[in-house]
Design a protein around this ligand. Structure first.
Ligand code: ZN
Length: 422
């Protein structure tokens, strides 16, 4: 709990010690890495230098390399009966097998609970949860669209019944049932939050201590609506099923790297006096069963060069994108991400999605509010043109719902030409 507030130097010492151990074990017991004929690694007086030196001995690990032979990443010094079989996340049906130990899982939970304890949450506090589970038959048309897990004080809500017709029942439940925090996908909270604001029924101040989001990128326009509707601050979390990285949010909206858990490198594509931005390479210090070292995880992040105002030392990120986002590709060949910013301030739109099937055009699907008239549409197109230029064709289509993916997740941008390689 306390180590999150250690000085950056102490955190780097912890990282270096764990990395030395991981690198030496991998060199001997993990066939993928033994093929690299790595030297024995030793710590350095200066932990930052030591970490850089060790990492530089490892080539960047691409997902495709792991996909080709995942078993070559299993550490042979861990008895197979201790390995738990998992799967990597994958939004396009490309989930890969993964193995981990109970200790790695426990460390992951430690990062989750460190955040919860910071905001005053206790283990059995009542809460609402929005995950991808199928809880209620899809055909069911009457509430309740939720189930209670009495053991942990959790009420789980179905993501698959959140239609305009059913949302009033969700709002009733949010007001009536006990909870001091909510956890789940930001897209679901945004959908519900919009309906609460439309109905003039935001939650009373003080009901919730925190909204904890994870699994999807928390988009700027979602944050505004959710904080208003739920009358609570949002704390986002970024993690991966590979147990290779963990970042936890603070009240200033930053994501702090849980440095004891993993090392995050940024392949710098953009640099200013304030930040560096680019694809992330992550090294999981807790995943002892299938070590991922310098793993190009497929996400892009912006690391601040300044300490966060909340006072927590260590590395912090302004944002991490691309968790499930695609890019839009323009006719002149530019890859443009972070299109969600277009919808920030577009309060006449409940939800939106950009779909691209070819480089010539995009379709913008919007679930309109009553105020979404031709003027609002023209303004929206103008905002998009500012980012994508005049060449691309933009079709705006009004829809009742934005279709979710098979795992229940929402994707702000779906492009077959600008797809993130998984
Ligand atoms: Zn902070």
């Amino acid at each position: 709990m306390q180590s999150g507030w250690s000085s950056i130097d102490e955190l780097r010492r912890v990282q270096q010690a764990r990395l030395v151990e991981l690198a030496n074990r991998s060199r001997v017991f993990v066939s993928h890495y033994s093929a690299l004929s790595l030297p024995e690694f030793a710590p350095d007086e200066d932990p930052e230098k030591g970490i850089a030196k060790i990492l530089s001995a490892f080539p960047v690990l691409e997902k495709a390399v792991y996909r080709d032979d995942p078993r070559s990443f299993i550490a042979s010094d861990i008895p197979s009966k201790r390995l738990i079989r998992g799967r990597t996340g994958g939004t396009t049906g490309s989930a890969l097998p993964l193995w981990y130990t109970p200790e790695a899982l426990a460390e992951e939970y430690a990062t989750v609970w460190r955040l919860r304890r910071q905001v005053g949450i206790d283990l059995y506090d009542p809460h609402f949860s929005f995950g991808g589970q199928i809880l209620v038959p899809v055909k069911q048309s009457r509430p309740p669209f939720w189930r209670r897990n009495a053991w942990t004080g959790q009420i789980l809500f179905s993501l698959y019944h959140m239609t305009e017709r059913n949302l009033p029942a969700y709002i009733d439940a949010f007001h009536a049932l006990p909870a001091c925090y909510v956890q789940g996908y930001p897209s679901s909270f945004h959908l519900l939050g919009s309906a609460m604001i439309d109905a003039g029924r935001p939650l009373p101040v003080g009901k919730l201590k925190a909204v904890l989001t994870s699994s999807e990128s928390l988009l700027a326009f979602q944050r505004e609506v959710i904080e208003e509707a739920f009358a609570s601050p949002i704390f986002d979390r970024y993690g991966t099923s590979e147990f290779a990285v963990s970042m936890t949010g603070c009240s200033f909206g930053r994501l702090h790297v849980d440095m004891e858990f993993g090392i995050v490198e940024v392949e710098v594509e953009e640099e200013t006096a304030d930040y560096v931005r680019g694809p992330l390479l992550v090294t999981g210090l807790a995943n002892d069963a299938t070590p991922f070292i310098r793993y190009r995880v497929g996400d892009v992040g912006t690391r601040s060069k300044r300490t966060c105002e909340c006072g927590r030392p260590g590395e912090n990120f302004l944002d991490v994108d691309g968790r499930i986002e695609d890019y839009v590709v323009t006719p002149d060949g530019r890859w443009v991400g972070r299109l969600d910013h277009i919808f920030k301030g577009q309060f006449d739109v409940v939800e939106a999605q950009v779909v691209q099937d070819s480089v010539e055009a995009i379709e913008v699907r919007v679930v309109p509010r009553t105020g979404f008239d031709s003027r609002a549409e023209a303004l929206l197109v103008k905002e998009i043109r500012l980012r994508l230029g005049d060449e691309i064709r933009i079709d705006v289509r009004r829809v009742d719902v934005i279709q979710r993916e098979n795992n229940g997740k929402y994707r702000a941008v779906k492009s077959v030409v600008g797809r993130n390689v998984e």
